[in-house]
Design a binder for this molecule. Structure first.
Ligand code: CA
Ligand code: CA
Ligand code: CA
Ligand code: CA
Length: 327
């Protein structure tokens, strides 16, 4: 008899352990779900359900002092899973044109969930986006939405049964302007178009990293994963192109014949110094043709002050600015 009871106790403990191990981390941390009854009274409060959502029709929207307490557990079969068992509030976002939005909910209440959908009641699965978790704050970032109406629901996995106070911010995510045309060689600026043999360019001003020199076996001895700007110059065979730059960052400067294969076609380059010092090289053209100058950085970007020393052997050729400087 005694042995039987002991075995039963052992089996029960083993059984509980198996159930516990089947829970995920969130479930284990949360504990049992509190039951929040569905709202039975007619909707009296704006935001209480899909028929009378809180309407947001212009951005940015910065709503403070928001709550879903008192709005009832109207929806509990949504894409939020366990996180829709508490009271819920519904917002409707009306967009006149396609917009990319960042939706941020801020609160100190824990175990919150926020969804974005084009249906209301929200879909049980396949919402446009949702976010849940044991913390309070929730963000749905960079959601590009066509013109139309969308619904945002904010709920909890009870307990807590509701969120006494939160802030909801919806802002338009304005994409950065495209990089300058000479970010890549297709838009390289002809050095001969400059009126002066000196110019400045800030590679931190929207430029991106497109080219990297060939490392220890390349023409500068180092990679150049910093942002880069491109220029081009047409050289006759034998003409010497000289460049001097100074910039606050660890600059890398290199000259290539084919940007599609930049590191392998590099004919000259320099990365001898670090920030605030000069980089310089001269190159006597081995062949007539276009050469592409890449103003780059070992790891980052900076404001280059560039001085070009143009060929002097071909003054008679119909070149513009740079060559004219040396007539
Ligand atoms: Ca709910
Ligand atoms: Ca670039
Ligand atoms: Ca680069
Ligand atoms: Ca350098």
């Amino acid at each position: 008899m005694k042995t039987g009871k002991l075995m039963l106790a052992i089996l029960m403990i083993l059984g509980l352990a198996a159930v516990a191990s089947a829970m995920d981390k969130d479930e284990a941390a949360h504990g049992p779900t509190a039951y929040v009854p569905e709202s039975t009274s007619p909707a009296l409060v704006v935001g209480q359900d899909c028929t009378q959502p809180i309407v947001i029709s212009s951005l940015p929207a910065n709503l403070t002092g928001q709550t879903n307490c008192g709005m009832g557990n109207t929806y509990s079969s949504t894409c939020l899973g366990s996180y829709d068992g508490g009271e819920d509030v519904i917002y409707r976002l009306d967009l006149a044109v396609e917009t990319t939005v960042d939706i941020v909910m801020t609160t100190s209440t824990t175990w919150t969930g926020m969804l974005l959908d084009d249906n209301c009641p929200p879909d049980a699965s396949g919402c446009i986006a949702y976010v849940t978790g044991s913390g309070g704050n929730k963000t749905l970032a960079d959601k590009t939405l066509a013109a139309g109406s969308y619904y945002i629901m904010i709920d909890t996995w009870p307990a807590p049964n509701c969120i006494p106070t939160f802030a909801l911010s919806i802002t338009e995510d304005v994409p950065p302007p495209p990089p300058p045309a000479n970010d890549v060689c297709a838009g390289a600026i002809d050095l001969q178009s400059f009126e002066s043999n000196t110019f400045q360019v800030d590679t931190c001003a929207g430029y991106t990293n497109n080219y990297s020199a060939g490392g220890s076996t390349g023409c500068t001895g180092y990679t150049s994963v910093g942002q880069d700007a491109t220029y081009k110059i047409y050289l006759q065979v034998g003409e010497t192109f000289t460049i001097d730059t100074v910039s606050p960052h660890d600059a890398s400067i290199w000259l290539v014949t084919d940007c599609a294969n930049a590191a392998a076609t590099c004919v000259a380059g320099a990365d001898e110094t670090v920030g605030g010092q000069h980089e310089t090289f001269s190159y006597a053209a081995a062949a007539t043709g276009w050469y592409y100058l890449i103003l780059d950085g070992y790891t980052d970007c900076g404001l280059f002050t560039v001085t070009i020393d143009a060929p002097v052997a071909t003054e008679s050729l119909p070149w513009g600015g740079v060559k004219a400087m040396f007539k």
